[in-house]
Design a protein around this ligand. Structure first.
Ligand code: FES
Ligand code: FES
Length: 176
């Protein structure tokens, strides 16, 4: 028996996008793999797998994390928000809508993480300056568009939310 096969299987409970989930997983499984392989939530992507690119960004109890570096067992009992959980009542989240309207994306690899990170930013700071946006989003890499449209999209999402009088609820403390 290999060392990996000898790892214990653990039962954990997660609340993912408002839905209670119970899974049995090996202790070494990352939250990213748990979400994608055990729960079928393939919105979060694996870009680098080593905590550099931000493609795997999700929220754990409102805090932005890189799920490729986060063991699923560490999230036992936690509330997880993935990109699949942002739209509500048939409407895109303001960040998602702004990315569509202002060309914030070209590919499906970095975009889910960009959108979740931007949502976390607006939760923590509903009126970010351009410097705030650049600082917060520096852990989310895009290899094709450049960043101008991403920054513009986040500015527009903040303005849209402010105009609606509804800055996104919750808090986020930044990327670990
Ligand atoms: Fe997690 Fe790149 S896949 S940071
Ligand atoms: Fe995804 Fe640039 S839009 S890497």
């Amino acid at each position: 028996m290999s060392r990996v096969e000898a790892q214990p299987v653990l039962s954990i409970r997660l609340r993912v996008n408002g839905k209670d989930q119970a899974v049995r997983i090996p202790s070494y499984r990352t939250l990213l793999d748990c979400l994608r392989s055990d729960l079928g939530l393939t919105g979060s992507k694996e870009g680098c797998g080593v905590g550099v690119c931000g493609a795997c960004t999700v929220l754990v109890d409102g805090k932005m994390i890189s799920s490729c570096l986060y063991l699923a067992v560490m999230a036992d009992g936690a509330e997880i928000t993935t990109v699949e959980g942002l739209a509500a009542d048939g409407r895109l989240h303001p960040v998602q809508q702004a990315f569509v309207d202002h060309g914030g994306f070209q590919c499906g690899i970095c975009t889910p993480g960009q959108v979740v990170a931007a949502k976390a930013l607006l939760d923590a700071n509903p009126s970010p300056s351009e410097a705030d946006i650049k600082d917060w989003m520096m852990g989310n890499l895009c290899r094709c568009t450049g960043y101008y449209q991403i920054i513009e999209s986040i500015k527009h999402a903040a303005a849209t939310s402010a105009a609606a009088g509804k800055p996104a609820a919750g808090g986020a403390a930044g990327r670990p």
